[in-house]
Design a protein around this ligand. Structure first.
Ligand code: GDP
Ligand code: MG
Length: 566
């Protein structure tokens, strides 16, 4: 059934036999005649061929990519069913075959191939990349190794160079030494030769002498030996000295600390002090810090502290008396004063008291009313002191704060003030600085005249002031004491005249006298540098007469007196 003849197949296909024959031959299937059988495979072959030839003319899209053939074949099976009977069974075989177009397969194959290729390519790429990375790693490692080895080599080279240099130095040293030794040896040889020659000469001389005198020749040998011995000794000594110079310095560690006597003026800077003790200033600063004093190198420290430091450092301090020269001068002044006649002099008055109790106002009032009028040509320049004439005598007012005058007194040991006017405000009473002023005056043994000020104030209370001062043992004369009290007002001027008279009276009691001739001595109250005038000082002359052109000495400063203003 499955095999049909060409004619039958042509009938099935409904094509003429000839055409089928042609087609078959085109498909490469050889059939000899119309009655030839064609196999199933041949049929398929033909089909494929036809399709392909159609496909050439027609786009392949129309043809199915796959074809499924279903075939039924029936056959009869005769079975022997015992007892001489037979049975016939119809067997139907259904076959189904699916054919896929070749180009599709090819395409699939191509695709698979391409896919495979792509995978392989990707794999290869990955592989290559890995290889490259590995190669690079290797290269970098290699480079590193190379660098390291180069560094080591450089080091080696350096070390070698250093060694070589050292070797060269050593060689040089050795060469020098051998040279020296050679020279020494040469020297020695030369010396020996010389000695020999000398000895020979000596010997000859001696021999000649001996011939003349007939002395024993062995004596000369002895002399030559002695000379040689002496010389050798000398030589060794010199060499020994050389060695000592080479190896050690000439200084020796002091066995005991050097104790210096350090001269200390009234003030000294840290730097100066350190220099005088031959110490580093940092050490002195450190010591001062240890004593709780923070100082800088250029800071002046007072005499007492400096002495303490010097003792601390193990040296001895010698306090320099600043007034030494002045003292000498003062003695000179005393002598010259003794020669001159002592004349009455005006009392020097200072005004003291608590702040705001009216010191300045009082001084101002006195100057305004009693001095300004007397100022020749209306000269109004400020000078530190002024004269006031009263019915009972002349007074010199110090126009400086009282405490400054007293400080100057303490510093110089000179008497600046004869009388203190103690100003106490009637509305305020005795205050701390009032008490301080009393103490100053007492210490200097200067009498006090009390000016109870601001009596124009409604709340002024003179009695309160008196009581307060009594507590300080300043007893008013009307209460049985010896201190004059005057109630004043620096504003209205009330009582000022009475105050001046009281002061003059007090001055009279003091019986102040001073030589008006001879070398002058006194006290500098204030000093300043003024433009166009130079150093200006307010000086109170206690004794003698100060003239223009005199030399002035004050502390460490000195100069010539160029001009005076009274
Ligand atoms: P200082 O600090 O002792 O010199 O006192 P001042 O002379 O500067 O005076 C302090 C204040 O008290 C100023 O405001 C003065 O005007 C005032 N003052 C001084 N004296 C008198 C006075 O007699 N009467 C009155 N009412 N005020 C006075
Ligand atoms: Mg004042």
């Amino acid at each position: 059934m499955s095999q049909v003849t060409v004619t039958e197949f042509a009938q099935t296909l409904k094509v003429p036999v000839e055409r089928l024959m042609n087609q078959l031959s085109e498909a490469g299937i050889t059939v000899s005649g119309a009655n030839d059988l064609i196999s199933e495979d041949a049929k398929l072959e033909l089909l494929t061929h036809l399709r392909r030839s159609h496909g050439k003319k027609d786009p392949a899209a129309s043809s199915p990519r796959k074809i499924t053939l279903k075939r039924k074949s029936q056959s009869e099976l005769r079975l022997a069913a015992g007892q001489g009977r037979s049975r016939t069974v119809n067997v139907e075989v259904r076959r189904k075959r699916t054919y896929t177009r070749r180009d599709v397969l090819e395409e699939q194959a191509r695709q698979q191939q391409a896919e495979l290729d792509a995978t392989r390519k990707a794999e290869q790429e990955v592989h290559e990349a890995a290889e490259r990375a590995e190669r690079e790693r290797q290269e970098s490692l290699e480079a590193e190794r190379k660098r390291k080895s180069e560094a080591i080599e450089a080091e080696d080279r350096e070390r070698l160079a250093t060694e070589k240099r050292r070797q060269e130095e050593a060689d040089e040293e050795a060469r020098r030494r051998t040279e020296e030794e050679r020279r020494t040896a040469e020297d020695a040889a030369r010396e020996a030769k010389e000695r020999e020659r000398e000895a020979k000469v000596q010997k000859e001389l001696d021999q000649r002498k001996g011939k003349r005198k007939g002395a024993a020749p062995d004596h000369t040998l002895h002399v030559a030996d002695g000379a040689a011995g002496r010389r050798r000794k000398k030589r060794t000594r010199r060499r020994a000295v050389n060695v000592s110079v080479d190896s050690t310095h000439g200084f020796e560690r002091p066995t005991a600390p050097v104790v210096r006597e350090v001269d200390i003026p009234a003030t000294i800077t840290v730097a100066e002090l350190s220099q005088r003790m031959a110490l580093k200033s940092t050490e002195v600063i450190k010591t001062l810090m240890g004593m709780g004093m923070m100082v800088t190198i250029n800071q002046p420290i007072d005499q007492d502290t400096a002495i303490l430091i010097v003792e601390e450092m193990g040296h001895t301090a010698k306090a320099r008396k600043e007034t030494g020269l002045e003292d000498e001068l003062l003695i000179g002044a005393d002598e010259s004063a003794a020669a001159g006649e002592a004349l009455p002099r005006p009392a020097v008055v200072t005004v003291m008291g608590h702040v705001d109790h009216g010191k300045t106002s009082l001084l101002d009032y006195v100057r305004r009313t009693r001095v300004a009028a007397g100022e020749a040509g209306g000269i109004t320049q400020h000078i530190g002191a002024y004269h006031v004439e009263t019915a009972k005598g002349a007074l010199t007012f110090l126009d400086t704060p009282g405490h400054a005058a007293f400080t100057a007194m303490r510093a110089r040991g000179a008497q600046v003030t004869d009388i203190v006017i103690l100003v106490v405000a009637a509305d305020d009473g005795v205050m701390p600085q009032t008490i301080e002023a009393i103490q100053h005056a007492r210490a200097a043994d200067v009498p006090i005249v009390v000016a109870v000020n601001k009596i124009d104030r409604p709340n002024a209370d003179t009695d309160r002031v008196k009581k307060g001062l009594v507590q300080q043992s300043v007893i008013p004369d009307d209460w049985g004491g010896d201190t004059l009290f005057v109630s004043v007002s620096a504003h209205t001027g009330e009582g000022i005249e009475a105050l001046l008279e009281a002061v003059a009276l007090q001055a009279e009691l003091l019986d102040l006298k001073a030589p008006a001739e001879g070398q002058a001595s006194g006290v500098v109250l204030e000093a300043s540098l003024e433009r166009g005038r130079g150093a200006v000082a307010t000086v109170l002359v206690n004794r003698g007469r100060l003239k223009v052109g005199d030399m002035l000495l004050a502390g460490q400063e000195y100069g010539r007196l160029r001009a005076m203003v009274d």
